[in-house]
Design a binder for this molecule. Structure first.
Ligand SMILES: *[C@@H]1O[C@H](CO)[C@@H](O)[C@H](O)[C@H]1NC(C)=O
Ligand SMILES: *[C@@H]1O[C@H](CO)[C@@H](O)[C@H](O)[C@H]1NC(C)=O
Ligand SMILES: *[C@@H]1O[C@H](CO)[C@@H](O)[C@H](O)[C@H]1NC(C)=O
Ligand SMILES: *[C@@H]1O[C@H](CO)[C@@H](O)[C@H](O)[C@H]1NC(C)=O
Ligand SMILES: *[C@@H]1O[C@H](CO)[C@@H](O)[C@H](O)[C@H]1NC(C)=O
Length: 434
């Protein structure tokens, strides 16, 4: 009975939202002649940006099928060139090798493999959010772009995209992070240009998943007066700041002899042979998960506070763990309000990994999973931590958390009902007078 009433409540809410959405859509269509909309900048999730590569002389190919003699010196699509890999599977080891990152000790930073240059495709636009790979179809923001176009947004006029090389990550302020610094300056210029083109209206930043980490750190590092004059609102969908226990399973599933990972994140990490800097940013933060045991074995438990020991147990080197400590951990410990109006939208009601039991301590086995609430990737604890640490900061001007029932991490940007909620919140952010 209670469940049924709850269900009815959800239906009523959805109907109400649908009504709001359609009236919002009409209003926007009606006003299209006058530029009422604030420009929107979309920052997509993990694996949703494309990048090209080109090889130069010093590149040492892993097999004779690749390298300068075979692949040439011209730019080609490295991520993601699904069609090419279907047609020419012998290129897979080449792409895997070229996708890797290495750590440059002299520069104190991650970089491409020597002899490989990369560049993000179509920065400023949303064109690169569309993939020919069926696995990526509903994971990226292509359907959100359509939904925004449905309410009067127009690519290149008031709708823009900020793709980034997701192998790299935002890092603590005191370490070198060239890729992230490059993203920050490109995004700054994009936001200034978008605002200029739209009668100096400040922009609305809309992120999905890992895009939220990029945008949050971008905002925190931008001067406060700049933020206040250029950013009207930050709409964060399924933000993963604070990490997720699911990542511990993903990391274990990519250990040497493990069976092939079943998650998209796992396959991407395996593809890069666990060399991507960004993987450490997804590990659960002590600020959110404290000392709750997240991984349980007969002999020892691991909480977010024991992450270095867990990483050792699943095969990371001391050097890699030191980089987790100096680059990623300080960010996940230092949750901060962005000090611009913010709306967080999260899915709930989907079983979400909260704990993992590897009773015999064998991390290459499939664990017994203990589920909590969330969107299947991001837990409700993460949502509550955002409310507490960002919403609860007296300096934060406006903060709202919207929970969308029965919505998965990717469903947030692909289910019609969730998209209505998202677009409606973006329209509301447009109207807010603060
Ligand atoms: C994929 O790679 C091939 C070979 O390098 C290239 O010809 C093709 O244009 C690439 N696809 C895209 C979408 O760039
Ligand atoms: C993957 O990384 C491990 C550890 O860094 C290394 O020993 C191994 O050779 C790498 N494999 C490939 C195919 O690059
Ligand atoms: C691990 O955590 C579980 C659940 O909280 C607890 O019952 C168990 O005693 C802990 N085991 C060890 C070895 O600390
Ligand atoms: C761990 O589990 C894997 C997969 O079930 C198995 O192949 C391997 O032998 C196990 N290792 C140990 C040390 O028991
Ligand atoms: C949740 O969503 C699934 C798939 O869209 C649907 O089959 C199911 O009935 C929904 N459950 C509730 C409680 O709304």
């Amino acid at each position: 009975m209670e469940a049924k009433q709850h269900g009815m409540g959800i239906i009523m809410t959805l109907l109400l939202l649908a009504t709001l959405f359609f009236s919002g859509a009409r209003a926007a269509a009606h006003d299209q002649a006058t530029p009422v909309l604030h420009p929107v900048i979309l920052v997509p999730g993990y694996s949703c940006s494309q990048f090209d590569a080109r090889l130069i002389g010093e590149y040492e190919p892993p097999t004779p099928a690749c390298g300068v003699p075979k692949q040439g010196r011209e730019w080609f699509r490295l991520w993601e060139n699904y069609t090419e890999l279907q047609e020419n599977p012998t290129l897979l080891p080449c792409y895997q090798d070229q996708l890797r990152l290495v750590y440059d000790h002299a520069a104190g930073d991650y970089c491409n493999v020597p002899g490989v240059e990369t560049r993000v495709v179509s920065f400023g636009t949303t064109r690169s959010f569309v993939f020919d790979d069926p696995v990526q179809k509903n994971v990226c923001m292509a359907r959100l772009v359509e939904a925004l176009e449905g309410v009067g947004y127009k690519e290149g006029s008031n709708l823009f995209g900020a793709p980034y090389d997701f192998r790299y990550a935002p890092a603590a302020p005191n370490v070198a992070a060239r890729a992230f610094a490059g993203f920050r300056s490109r995004l700054t210029r994009l936001i200034e240009r978008a605002s200029e083109m739209n009668g100096k209206k400040p922009v609305i930043i809309v992120t999905h998943s890992f895009g939220g980490d990029y945008a949050m750190e971008f905002l925190n590092r931008s001067p406060l007066p700049w933020r206040r004059s250029y950013v009207k609102h930050f709409v964060m969908l399924c933000g993963v700041i604070g990490g997720t226990p699911l990542m511990m399973e993903v990391v274990a599933s990519t250990m040497g002899s493990s069976p092939a990972p079943t998650t998209l994140l796992g396959s991407v990490l395996s593809l890069g042979n666990r060399s991507f800097e960004s993987m450490y940013n997804f590990l659960p933060s002590p600020v959110v998960y404290g000392d709750t045991p997240l991984v349980i074995t007969r002999a020892k438990n691991y909480s977010a506070e024991n992450m270095p020991e867990f990483l050792t147990a699943v095969g990371f080197s001391g050097e890699e763990i030191a980089r987790y400590r100096t680059r990623a951990l300080p960010l996940t410990l230092n949750f901060r309000a962005p000090l611009v109006p913010m709306t967080c939208i999260n899915g709930i009601g989907v079983p979400t990994t909260y704990g993992l039991v590897y009773w015999d301590g064998n991390f290459t086995e499939k664990p017994q999973v203990v589920n909590g609430d969330g969107d299947g990737g991001v837990t409700l604890e993460n949502v509550l931590a955002m409310k507490r640490l960002v919403g609860g900061d007296p300096a934060q001007p406006y903060f709202k958390s919207v929970l969308v029932p029965n919505t998965t991490h990717s469903g947030m940007i692909s289910d019609d009902s969730a998209l209505r909620v998202v677009v409606n919140e973006i329209l509301k952010a447009n109207q807010a007078t603060s």
